[in-house]
Design a protein around this ligand. Sequence first.
Ligand code: FES
Length: 118
Amino acid sequence: MNHNVTFMPQGKTITVRHGVSILEAARKAGIHIATRCGGKMGCLMCKVTLPEEQQKNLLPPKEGERRKLGSLLEKGTRLSCQSMVQHDVIVLIPEDPLKAAVRKQLEAARNRDNEDFI
Ligand code: FES
């Protein structure tokens, strides 16, 4: 059985077999998810987020993932390397922390420039 996985904000959808991990699906789709451990649940860098109504579309987290994520699970965070597809699903890829920091600094500088003109 196949399922569609849609990655946001990229808006890219890919079809994968039942039980494929989100990390594998992302790689197949050409979507970058940072990892350091290669999917062995050692780095915790591969976090993705699911809207509440999407969480049932992945197989439930196993004990190891529950332990690693703790309360983040309740906020919809999953480890993409441990999250297996069981229905069509929409996954949110968090912004790279370095890019987010640069974007915030640029926005702050832009706002300062606008204030100088007023
Ligand atoms: S890839 Fe390292 S924890 Fe998922």
